[in-house]
Design a protein around this ligand. Structure first.
Ligand SMILES: Cc1cc2nc3c(=O)[nH]c(=O)nc-3n(C[C@H](O)[C@H](O)[C@H](O)COP(=O)(O)OP(=O)(O)OC[C@H]3O[C@@H](n4cnc5c(N)ncnc54)[C@H](O)[C@@H]3O)c2cc1C
Length: 353
């Protein structure tokens, strides 16, 4: 795995597409709570496969506030959000979790034997005995610019997230946006793309000042073309995207030939497909029984920000507690005839598998 600031590229191919992945617990959502659930399940020798719609693990911490300090994680007087995510990944490592990233879970189907088939929007299927929904605020959906025909070229030249930067090697790319994501990817793709444009409607950037300086330097060096006080206002092509029109606020239009257009205007959370899985939902959260964080569907649990109960606190530490109780309840479902006696990690240590 390669970490570059917030951008995490998973060079390891975690799953083989079109094959069904078999696991004990399928965890939907790889935020901090989903990641800690791997550890708690691992202590009970339960295997986990995680699915997240985002291209990286870490949920809100990596997507919204990677550089902010957190002060209320027990035992850490202060810890950076991304640092906590990196530590959770390290803590989960002995239990060899597997991941499908960049895919949204669409359906959860209960089988006759009580197990589940979980399917993503790209057709990846996971067969599991227990489902733990750790979906936080729901799926982060891209904020789309108001450009005619945008949907017609989605996945045919228009991408809202960078899943694999190699896709853009030696290609003509236009990025638009003024936040960290647009800046970070402009800096990274300046060495990858054949031709790179960054279009931003303002004169100053919302993203980190250091990244904005780097982008301006790349523009001076001719490694990318910066279009300030401008927007992409038109797109055209045939089977795939062929060109975009960059229009300044004064109305001057330039047609740019492209292979890819990346509108990177950030992501906003929506409950998404979770609402259709037959679960008792109160507003945008799943109702659970606090004895084990089970939902109304036996075998499906909901932990972390996605659940609701009396006095619920949307805090990471509460999600960690919920993950521990969920794992023990999952053990009873997966091994109905075995009795588990809880042992401290200080006594047993960590037995990896
Ligand atoms: C600015 C900010 C500061 C914060 N500071 C603190 C703090 O100091 N202390 C604290 O305790 N908490 C803090 N929080 C809250 C904390 O971030 C959340 O409680 C925590 O992220 C919840 O973790 P989670 O794993 O439940 O969900 P999330 O972190 O939201 O992760 C859920 C994941 O599920 C994925 N997902 C959802 N639906 C699907 C689907 N259908 N298919 C695939 N993937 C799906 C999403 O893509 C997401 O990555 C803060 C929040 C914000 C926004």
């Amino acid at each position: 795995m390669v970490f570059i600031g917030k951008l995490i590229f998973l060079r390891v191919q975690f799953v083989v597409m079109s094959k069904t992945i078999h696991t004990d617990i399928c965890i939907i959502g790889a935020g901090p709570v989903g990641l800690f659930a791997i550890f708690e399940a691992g202590l009970l020798k339960l295997r986990c496969h995680l699915i997240d719609y985002l291209p990286q693990v870490g949920g809100q911490l990596s997507e919204i506030y990677p550089k902010k300090p957190i002060y209320d994680i027990p035992g850490y007087p202060i810890v950076g959000a991304q640092e906590l995510v990196d530590n959770l990944m390290k803590q989960a490592e002995p239990f060899n979790p597997t991941f499908t990233l960049g895919e949204r879970v669409e359906t959860v189907d209960k089988q006759e034997d009580g197990s589940f088939i979980v399917t993503t929007h790209l057709g990846t299927t996971v067969a599991c005995k227990v489902v733990a929904i750790a979906g936080g605020l729901g799926c982060f959906e891209p904020r789309k610019p108001a450009i005619a025909n945008l949907e017609a070229f989605e996945n045919k030249g228009i991408d809202y997230m960078v899943l694999d930067p190699e896709k853009f090697r030696d290609k003509k790319v236009v990025i638009s946006g003024g936040g960290d994501s647009a800046l970070d990817w402009s800096i990274f793709l300046a060495d990858v793309a054949k031709e790179l444009h960054l279009v931003h409607r303002g004169e100053t950037f919302r993203g980190a000042p250091d990244s904005a300086d780097k982008v301006k330097k790349l523009d001076e060096e001719g490694k990318l073309k910066l279009h300030l006080k401008a927007n992409v206002t038109e797109i055209s092509g045939d089977e795939t995207l062929k060109s975009v029109v960059v229009e300044t606020l004064e109305g001057e239009k330039t047609t740019v030939e492209v292979d890819y257009f990346l509108p990177l205007f950030g992501l906003s959370p929506k409950l998404g497909p979770i609402a259709n899985w037959g679960l008792n939902v109160d507003k945008i959260a799943i109702e659970v029984d606090t004895k084990d964080y089970s939902t109304n569907v036996p075998g499906i649990f909901a932990i972390g920000d996605i659940n609701t109960y009396e006095n619920k606190l949307k805090l990471i530490l509460c999600g960690f507690h919920e993950a521990a109780l969920m794992a023990h309840a999952a053990y009873k479902i997966i091994f109905p005839n075995k009795k588990y006696t809880m042992k401290y990690t200080t006594v047993n240590g960590i037995e990896s598998f």
